[in-house]
Design a protein around this ligand. Structure first.
Ligand code: ARG
Length: 279
């Protein structure tokens, strides 16, 4: 099946406030022309192997380009996000309208819970499991709520480094049951839970320099992996596991704290089964 991704072009993209450490010192420092070129290059690269759908950006919501934060999709259901920061809350209505128009069943969590969609909730690709990041944006109570709502097992992971404030900045499930992640972004208990869930041969640990280059913020469609940048060592590691890495620079979006994965939302999410490739 062809994968489908939702993207939002950067007409209105800018760094206009600071809600994560990457944005610090970068207010009004991004170049919209370059952002457009980088965004087009990513969209073209993904469109080469998958289909890209678009939502129109809106004035006043410069972070709307980060469609990963629109919600969590599973089959025909989308759990709509409710952003922690007021600056991003006006995006919710725009995304809700789009999902309604596309025929998704739109559900919402209790209004007191902060939830930032596929920025913090990632489906494993080798077992029916949802990894959920908390500690910065998404409320821990979302774990139980999502488990009940979607009838899926949820493994909460505590994020402890504010540079990696969304789960998708430091962890990426890959086809075949692999898990690429930056261990130091998690507390010890969470690291132990990852190790208990994913065999060593399937864990791809990323060094700090790669993590800071947003290597974990990768889009994975089949054997293709799209990311901002990977060191030769990481690229070799991924290639040895059968992945074809395509580096596509996204520096303008990193000024806002996001890269490839943040700029996309996978729209066709099947219910996971035991799909781990033979070791
Ligand atoms: N400036 C945005 C924020 O801080 C960046 C979002 C990046 N998205 C992501 N899925 N990590 O909310």
């Amino acid at each position: 099946m062809t994968d489908r991704y939702l993207m939002c072009a950067p007409d209105n993209f800018d760094v206009s406030y600071v809600i994560n450490p990457w944005m610090q010192g970068n207010v009004a420092a991004s170049c919209n022309d370059l952002a457009w070129r980088q965004w087009d290059a990513l969209a073209d690269a993904i469109a080469g192997v998958a289909s890209v759908e678009r939502i129109a950006g809106q004035p006043g919501v410069p972070d709307m380009v980060f469609t990963a934060n629109a919600g969590l999709v599973l089959q025909n259901t989308v759990v709509l996000s409710h952003f922690r920061h007021a600056e991003r809350q006006p995006e919710e209505a725009h995304f809700e309208k789009w999902f309604q128009e596309q025929g998704f069943d739109v559900v919402k969590l209790a209004p007191e819970l902060a939830f930032e969609g596929a920025g913090d909730a990632l489906l494993d690709r080798g077992q029916p499991l949802l990894w959920m990041g908390y500690g910065h944006r998404t409320s821990i109570e979302c774990a139980a709520a999502l488990a009940a709502l979607l009838d899926i097992e949820v493994e909460p992971l505590r994020l402890i480094d504010e540079r990696f404030y969304h789960l998708d900045t430091c962890l990426c499930p890959l086809v075949g049951g692999y898990l690429m992640y930056y261990p130091q972004a998690f507390d010890d208990a969470s690291r132990a839970r990852i190790a208990a869930r994913v065999p060593a041969a399937r864990r791809i640990e990323v060094a700090e320099a790669d993590a800071l280059a947003f290597a974990c913020n990768a889009v994975n469609s089949g054997r293709h992996v799209f990311l901002n940048r990977a060191s030769p060592a990481l690229a070799r590691n991924l290639a040895a596991r059968g992945f074809q890495v395509r580096q596509t620079p996204l520096g303008e979006f990193m000024k806002a704290g996001g890269a490839a994965k943040c700029l996309t939302l996978k729209l066709n999410e099947a219910r996971g089964t035991k799909a781990r490739a033979a070791a």
